[in-house]
Design a protein around this ligand. Sequence first.
Ligand SMILES: [Zn+2]
Length: 316
Amino acid sequence: MIAIQNGRGYRSGVPLPFKASPNIGGKLVPEYIVLHDTASGLNDSGPISWLTDPISKVSAHVVIGRDGKITQLVPFNVKAWHAGQSIWAGRPLLNGFSIGIEIVNPGKLQVVSPGVYKGVGTYDTNKDPSLVVKRAKTAAHGDGFWLAYTDAQVAAVHDLCEGLCKSYGIKEIVTHWLISPGRKVDTNPLFPLEQLRRDLSPLLRFTKPVTFAEIADDAPAPAEGDESAGGGDELAPVTPGTDYAAPIGTRDTDESAGGVPALWRLAKSRITQATAGMGLTSVVGLLSDWRSLAVICAFIVIACCGYIIYRRSLVQ
Ligand SMILES: [Zn+2]
């Protein structure tokens, strides 16, 4: 049980350990939770030092250790710098409207010898049976060996997300690989994302659970070995059917410019946003057709009214 008060977390009434990061933005109204891996060794002290170092220019709201310990670095109502170039539901740069949770995990591993793997460190599953490494492959992650999360970590993520959902009315829980496709692969494929979203679906504003398979199929394959290719301009939204992903500023310009094409594009982008991540491609299509039909009908009605008024004015 984790409660949130004034941006700080309390576990069973006890404040979470807090180490302030200087890498913060302004006030945050959280709408999403973004899950990350630290891509570090197994100790939480390394990532905590890095995320609180002014030189790193990165941060997260919390770090969750292998033992389930949650260390808070940034108040939940203040922006942290965890997402970088990212987009979700047609909206770019998630640092502005999301909470970042870093889970201690080394990321993709290489096989050294049977039972021994190498990443940031070396992981010998023969010597340490608490280390579980599995091979997994998804469209977004590629094929690889990954270190399983501990039960304590999964439970801590669940409890924290539950508390955050209750406090902030979170729309959806996403991962870095979902919001930065082709650039990031965290969290790794062994994280029980589908289960977490299903468990907390009564608390999420987007309540339809999305299966892992659906997400994996929708996400483009990662750019092979080209980290620099993940520039903001090249990022495509994951949501199927989203064909209008211009920055918010551009959308606002279009909106104020008026005109049916701009309004129609805006309406379509809003529908896509509202249904993004819910796997409701068919509903988007249906609503899109309905909207276009409504615009056409409105035109016909306005034209008819105009004609009638014109005829009456002639009679008088
Ligand atoms: Zn990340």
